[in-house]
Design a binder for this molecule. Structure first.
Ligand code: DOR
Ligand code: ZN
Length: 335
């Protein structure tokens, strides 16, 4: 059995920079037509100059492939209308992190009530720049996303014209928001469709499955599966593939992030096939994102075949999800 995906998109991707970028960027650009590139570098991407330089760095490692890096800026409440108007031509969206919530987010926002924040969001809304949100409070780890629901509700109500993407949703509560607020959208990762907290800490600790937001309960995973497998039109695939060197994962003080970029499409095909939902993979990995963001990615056809694929034990220093295991689908051809 085979399927052909047209211009698959990864709407949430960490490529890092320098040597790490050189290893991981081609693993996405080979099979994806484009990706939303996260700005949480050290230092974070906050200026037009940085956006341009980072885009050039990505192109330098992906130029053989037909791949668009859709650039983002790291949200600051100091951005004003004039700056946003100027930067708009270079970015696709702006990513908001609550301060300190995850990897390299120390410079994020500390309060969500300030007048400056409201002015920046109003300007984004007027200019049609989507807001991407890492939606977690600083409460108890299993409750962080649930506690953020009221923030999403307030943002969606106060800025009705602003497109707000709830990034990497992991809970039933977040899933339920989609049909209640016309301007709320969501990305879902591969790993949150596959694992629960049991897989991370229920047996021997699995550092390569540790990420933020942490995987939740079975009923939460069910709600995510329901959305993804039925290709809910407000939901897009965003891998949140977040590479860290092995030494940072298999260590005391494990960094958060699951590296899925090179196995994402075969693993998604396996999952959608298991539920007899292969027809819905195309909208989940491309069409929905094109409509939501109003983008037209380059043409790329990815042929996936139902044949066994042994996942490499590592890519450079980075260990992928399913390292050393067999998947039942593989990428046969990209054209
Ligand atoms: O697990 C995560 N890793 N979650 C994030 O939000 C950030 C990411 C990273 O950059 O490593
Ligand atoms: Zn992320």
């Amino acid at each position: 059995m085979k399927i052909t995906l047209h211009s698959p998109l990864d709407m949430h991707l960490h490529l890092r920079d320098k040597e790490m970028l050189k290893v991981v960027a081609p693993l996405s650009s080979k099979s994806f037509a484009g990706a939303i590139i996260m700005p949480n570098l050290v230092p974070p991407i906050t200026t037009i100059e940085q956006v341009k330089n980072y885009r050039e760095e990505i192109y330098a490692s992906t130029k053989e492939d037909n791949f668009i890096p859709y650039m983002t800026l790291f949200f600051k409440d100091s951005y004003d209308y004039d700056f946003l108007k100027e930067v708009k031509g270079f970015i696709t969206a702006i990513k908001l992190y609550p301060a300190g919530i995850t990897t390299n987010s120390e410079g994020g926002v500390s309060g969500l009530d300030s007048k400056d924040l409201a002015m920046t969001l109003e300007a984004m809304s007027e200019l049609g720049i989507p807001l991407l949100v890492h939606g977690e409070s600083n409460g108890f780890v299993m409750d962080r996303e649930r506690e953020f629901v009221t923030v999403y509700e307030r943002l969606a109500t106060d800025f009705p014209k602003l497109k707000i993407v709830m990034e990497h949703i992991t809970t039933k509560d977040s899933a339920e928001l989609l049909d209640r607020y016309p301007n709320l959208y969501a990305t879902i990762t591969l790993h949150h469709l596959l694992i629960t907290l049991d897989d991370v800490v229920g047996g021997l600790l699995k550092p390569h499955l540790f990420c933020k937001p942490i995987a939740k309960r079975y009923e939460d995973r069910e709600a995510l599966l329901e959305l993804a497998l039925n290709a809910h039109p407000k939901v897009m695939f965003g891998s949140d593939s977040a590479p860290h060197p092995r030494s940072k994962k298999e260590s005391c003080g494990c960094a958060a992030g699951v590296f899925t970029a090179p196995i994402a499409l075969p693993a998604l095909a396996e999952l959608f096939d298991k539920y007899s939902k292969l027809d819905n993979l195309q909208p989940f990995v491309s069409d929905n994102a094109q409509s939501i963001y109003g983008i037209t990615p380059p043409k790329k056809e990815v042929v996936l075949a139902k044949e066994s694929f042994k996942v490499p034990s590592s890519y450079g220093e980075v260990v992928p999800m399913f390292a050393g295991e067999e998947l039942s689908w593989k990428i046969e051809e990209v054209r």
